[in-house]
Design a protein around this ligand. Structure first.
Ligand SMILES: Cc1cc2nc3c(=O)[nH]c(=O)nc-3n(C[C@H](O)[C@H](O)[C@H](O)COP(=O)(O)OP(=O)(O)OC[C@H]3O[C@@H](n4cnc5c(N)ncnc54)[C@H](O)[C@@H]3O)c2cc1C
Length: 477
């Protein structure tokens, strides 16, 4: 019997059209994707391994096989905690550096599946279609990526009904009895080269005159006419792992998706030209709360990792006795504990929906998500302030310690409590968080992965019950 890891690798050997450095490439033959795919394979192995199986998976009610926890419908706080453990295990395996491992997208899908009957008012076929796909994705271990945004051509008039096509928006160009044809583009699709399916819908409020773009779709990555256009690769090879420990394993590729007359069968068109339904999809609490519960658990792991790194660096250079360094390390610990508290609060203050789903509390999740957009850049800044010139003053490679002047190098690159080689490895790890292209992408991701941070924070104000707070003031007036 094939392992899930084998099944995953073999399944990518299809007709998908991936573009990198101006050439069409095969996903399994390209160095740029090797580290990330290997990391995903290692995670899938956890579902087959009896030692880890129970913490990351549960038994499918249909097949009796182990399937990932992100598909598990929580019916109690205990179920939610099981989901948390699974997300922790996966994020700890990459120190939170890989964010789109499909567990976010699978959780979003699970949420919409739970709420499927609410959408029957818009389309009587929605419930059946999403149920079929949810079961298929769960039991076939499908890797899914959610892609919501439109290409950044001209944000001033992009949704002008007269300009929908010129604006590059993904829209229907033809319909047949069997399905629809699509043209246009979508961004950003993280993990696109090794994804099985894209789950696509727009996240803006549309009206009837814009209905040709108001669709929710499943798009298989090997669909004819679909082009996956990758950004520059930041991946380093396995041989460079000692100098670039994160870039060599965790560069999850981002891509823009171009649709050149792509056919999608009706069974994968969950919502068809319906702005109101698309808005309900975007706002659906089941999907948002389950999806972002995973996202903030991953964020916590990443902040823990940066805090550990900062503590280690401070000790290595003998800086822990300085008050301002202690204060900054304390700030990092506060970040970790704040996000941890939000996760626990979201679970403890969760509630049962009409559908019998125990959902984490959205306000606690939103709070952690919004804090994360400033916490992470600040955490990287603190790392810079503590490590200072040390991150740049390393030899060109750990390999350099094998040189004729290695005795001298061992003397001058050492730390307060570690030898020169260990200190160099530590600072190269820090550089992969602060200064490499991988590091820059990672910071940009934390700022923007859940949309525009400014509008998201404003949204928290707009949706909050501030009357309760202003009433406290009124008694003085
Ligand atoms: C590395 C990375 C990976 C990502 N991966 C994914 C993914 O896999 N799937 C996914 O769905 N998303 C993903 N995202 C998020 C997403 O694609 C966008 O980057 C994010 O939603 C922000 O939108 P934008 O980049 O188009 O910025 P824009 O919306 O173009 O914003 C640009 C600027 O204009 C301002 N602005 C634009 N419109 C308005 C407005 N109406 N009102 C006020 N201000 C406005 C913004 O505040 C900002 O300052 C990813 C993001 C990053 C950085």
């Amino acid at each position: 019997m094939k392992t899930r890891e084998q099944e995953f690798s073999e399944s990518l050997n299809d007709q998908r059209s991936i573009w990198l450095n101006g050439k069409q490439v095969r996903v399994l033959e390209e160095d740029a994707f090797r580290g990330a795919i290997q990391t995903v394979c290692n995670l899938f192995r956890m579902m087959d391994d009896p030692a880890t199986q129970e913490s990351v998976a549960y038994v499918s009610p249909t097949t009796g096989e182990w399937v990932h926890q992100s598909f598990h419908i929580p019916q109690s706080i205990v179920d939610l905690q099981k989901r948390r453990v699974a997300f922790e295990k996966w994020s700890e395996a990459t120190d939170g550096m890989m964010s789109r491992l499909s567990d976010y997208a699978r959780s979003r899908l699970t949420g919409w599946y739970c709420a499927r009957n609410q959408f029957s008012t818009y389309d009587s076929a929605f419930s059946e279609k999403i149920a079929r796909y949810y079961q298929q994705a769960r039991d076939e271990n499908r890797f899914i990526t959610v892609v919501q945004r439109d290409v950044q051509i001209n944000r001033a008039n992009q949704y002008d009904p007269q300009l929908l096509r010129e604006s590059g928006l993904l829209h229907i160009t033809r319909k047949t009895q069997d399905g629809i044809y699509l043209n246009g583009a979508k961004m950003i699709a993280t993990a696109a080269p090794y994804t099985h399916d894209f789950l696509i819908y727009p996240v803006v409020r549309l009206n009837e005159s814009q209905k040709s773009v108001a669709n929710m779709l499943i798009v298989p990555a090997d669909s004819a006419g679909l082009h996956i256009v990758c950004r520059e690769s930041f991946a380093k090879s396995d041989l460079e792992k000692r100098d670039f420990p994160l870039s060599s394993q965790y560069d999850e590729m981002d891509a823009l998706l171009i649709f050149d007359d792509v056919f999608i069968p009706w069974e994968y068109v969950f919502i068809h030209e319906n702005p109101e339904a698309i808005w309900a999809i975007k706002e659906n609490p089941h999907s948002i709360c389950l999806g972002y519960h995973q996202a903030i658990i991953r964020l916590k792991t990443k902040l823990e990792f940066i805090t550990g790194l900062a503590c280690k660096i401070a000790t290595t250079i003998g800086a822990t006795q300085f008050l301002h360094v202690q204060e900054k390390l304390g700030e990092l610990i506060s970040q970790v504990e704040t996000i941890h508290a939000c996760i626990i609060a979201s679970e403890a203050e969760g509630s049962m929906t009409e559908e019998g789903v125990y959902l984490p509390r959205g306000i606690a999740i939103d709070t952690a998500k919004n804090l994360g957009t400033t916490f992470y850049p600040r955490a990287v800044e603190i790392l810079q302030l503590i490590a200072a010139g040390g991150v740049i003053q390393t030899p060109s490679s750990v390999q350099d310690f094998q040189s004729p002047i290695s005795d001298l190098m061992n003397q001058y690159f050492r730390g307060a409590d570690v030898d020169a080689e260990k200190r160099t490895k530590l600072f190269k790890l820090a550089w992969d968080v602060i200064g490499t292209p991988f590091a820059s992408r990672s910071e940009l991701y934390e700022r923007f992965y859940s949309g525009d941070p400014i509008r998201n924070r404003a949204g928290q104000y707009l949706s909050y019950d501030t009357d309760k707070l202003t009433n406290m003031i009124d008694k003085y007036l």
